[in-house]
Write a protein that binds this ligand. Sequence first.
Ligand code: F0G
Length: 354
Amino acid sequence: MRPWAGVIAAYRDRLALPEGTPDCTLLEGNTPLVPSVALQRSLPGNLAIFFKYEGLNPTGSFKDRGMVVAFARALARKARVCLCASTGNTAASAAAYAARSGLRCIVLLPEGSIARGKLAQAAMHGATIVSISGPFDNAMRMAQELVRQRPEIELVNSVNPFRIEGQKTAAFEISDTLGDAPDFHFLPVGNAGNITAYWKGYREYADAGRIARLPRMVGFQAAGAAPIVEGRVIPDPQTVASAIRIGNPASWKGALAAASDSGGWFGSVTDDEILDAYQFLAREEGLFVEPASAAGVAGLRKVAAQGRIPPGSHIVITLTGHGLKDPDMAARVAAPKPISIGPTLAELVHAIEG
Ligand code: F0G
């Protein structure tokens, strides 16, 4: 078996990349498809549920799949500077690939709502960090305005088609592992690039005869930040799931097409439902994810209770980012209280039995 060499090496013939495009891989992709134990047991209808655990990518989120391809293109066109707006994960990923590729990285972040781990990553990788007042959508608009004025800067948000090219490889991996597409694919939706990318991947695999069926794509937004569900821009989006606190998604159209062409839909989940699923995954499945990543699980629990999932369905849920990204939220919900003792066995026995 050849060792894993990243998503470009694994799927180069299926990525729209010109000949000779360099590879700046951090060996992203090839993430585990973990079968559910507790979630499956807790829901009716003998569902077969799998988690695509994207938190195990090099920078801890699914963004790396698309970032490596975006940077390969940036290197091919000899860009020196890259730019993104981000709720945190795109910034962490861009900063890492920029460090790897020798580019300067500028990240525009919504002020005050970036999880601590993500900010630490961007800073450690040497990015120039600019904090912009208001929601992510302001930062996104300014990033697009800046590259219009300075076209030599490479915009590495998912409006960059090479990001979508890379991210679609997760659909390939799932299909390769299961031997076909699942019946349903659930995932959280923020700027809406990922659902667009998955749907592209599944369709291309079906066209190539690699899978016999297509999944229904089911996207979940946080109730206080659900522009696609409500069909309107949300000027002041609010949710504890800071990664998806977005009121005007850049890939809105692609996301709508993914849901409607696949026979899927969009739904919303409250912050309480997200935090419930977040804790359930950690305590019952052994999977520590960040809050936004639990939105797909919260969504499945909700629609399964409504009887919308046929018995025996195969379901994949993407867990988009690692729990260590947002240590403050974990501390808030789990409130760790170590029992302090001296180094004696008697005290230890008392502490664990007391
Ligand atoms: N989950 C996590 C952990 C994310 O970081 C994001 C998006 C999403 C889900 C939603 O994916 O935007 O493709 O619909 N994070 C972006 C960022 C916006 O800047 O890191 P999407």
